[in-house]
Design a protein around this ligand. Structure first.
Ligand code: AMP
Length: 364
């Protein structure tokens, strides 16, 4: 089968690499051929919301998917409506895309499914913000409803004096005010559902961020006490959306409860460890799911962690001198705050994993 991916970044690149052994070919749509996926796939050069290029991608391929959620829902829905897809072959569903693009709809969706989320209020003016603070309290976080990622489009609020200055930085954008959760852990739960409705989960991943960007993901034990609850919530979402593909839900854990933060209707950075650390990677399982193939086993292989390489790449020889380290470089030009690659660390024991992680952190 031939898969069309909207977007040509590292996620499309890793999907393409996962598809090769199975004879699944990937072509991506990206404004430039000089992209991470372009190193390993054909690229149709065009904007993500250019209906003509999208049609070309759809015509050339058997099934379409996307690698990030900030693409035009309207254009994709239009393409879907025009019966480009009979039988349906755009996965995940555009409904998932629409919900994940708007933090307000996302919160309402969680509530409708009785999944706990942060306290929140929509904000369209400084007056709204001043009123909302009295209900939500401080500290709080002001986030743009749309186009936020890696900590962009969000500002912390700690004191009533900050309101006007903070609002000025995000002005004219529809926002959402959330209470700041003093969480014990940040966790992501990655599930996958195929066209036949079969569902599988990876072990929960515990995530640490630096300046809003994912820094380190550690795979938790299969018997993590939060596993059953997280899987119950994610199953609700997968089923409600008749979802096909990989879906990631990020949670805050606080006093034994899970508070949903956000949904990513795609393969996710906190699941990159699955390439070497699980029986079947999230990328392969996403392709299997959207191609109507049986899903692969998701069991973890030993102890695993993943570290992002952000802004600069340490010397390769130094990284590779650490045993059982797997380096992935995305072929991007270094720039501050840019994800340039990641390293997966595998070990037979937690102690060994920590030793290798410490050695790696020294280099970075
Ligand atoms: P987001 O883009 O919503 O995933 O936010 C990026 C990161 O900011 C999260 O992974 C958290 O570390 C932090 N964060 C976002 N929202 C909250 C919140 N309501 N309470 C505490 N931390 C938050």
């Amino acid at each position: 089968m031939h898969i069309g991916v909207i977007g040509g970044g590292q996620l499309a690149q890793m999907m393409a690499l996962a598809g090769y052994p199975l004879g699944l070919k990937v072509t991506c749509l990206e404004p430039t051929v000089a992209c991470s996926a372009g190193l390993v796939t054909d690229v149709i050069v065009g904007e993500y919301d250019d209906i003509r290029q999208l049609k070309q991608l759809a015509d050339q391929t058997d099934v379409l998917t996307y690698e990030f959620e900030n693409i035009s829902y309207e254009t994709l829905a239009q393409l879907d409506r025009q019966h480009q897809f009979t039988p349906k072959r755009l996965y995940p569903t555009t409904a998932a895309l629409r919900i994940s693009q708007d933090r307000l709809q996302e919160k309402q969706f969680f509530e409708a499914l009785q999944i706990p989320t942060t306290r929140y209020l929509p904000i369209d003016s400084l007056l709204d913000l001043q009123a909302a603070i009295t209900q939500i309290g401080l500290p709080a976080i002001l986030k743009t409803r749309r186009f936020g990622y890696d900590g962009k489009g969000q500002q912390p609020l700690t004191s009533p004096e900050d309101l006007s200055a903070v609002w000025a930085t995000l002005e004219n954008q529809a926002c959402l005010l959330e209470n700041k959760v003093s969480f014990d852990r940040e966790i992501s739960c990655i599930g996958v559902r195929n066209i036949q409705g079969e569902i599988r989960f990876y072990a929960l991943t515990e995530n640490q961020h630096k300046s809003g960007i994912l820094h380190l993901s550690r795979v938790t034990a299969q018997q993590d006490p939060m596993t059953a609850l997280a899987q119950t919530y994610v199953t609700r979402i997968l089923t409600q959306l008749d979802y096909v593909g990989v879906l990631t839900v990020e949670f805050f854990e606080q006093a034994g409860q899970l508070i949903a933060n956000e949904i990513a209707p795609r393969v996710h950075n906190s699941g990159h460890w699955t390439i070497e650390g699980a029986d079947t990677s999230q990328f392969e399982n996403h392709l299997r799911a959207i191609c109507g193939l049986p899903l692969g086993a998701t069991e973890t292989r030993g102890q695993v962690a993943m570290l992002n390489l952000v802004g600069e790449i340490p010397p390769l020889e130094k990284m590779l001198s650490i045993p059982n380290i797997h380096v992935h470089l995305y072929g991007k030009t270094p720039r501050a705050r840019r994800k340039l690659g990641h390293v997966t660390i595998c070990a037979a024991s937690q102690e060994m994993l920590n030793q290798r992680l410490t050695a790696l952190l020294k280099i970075i």
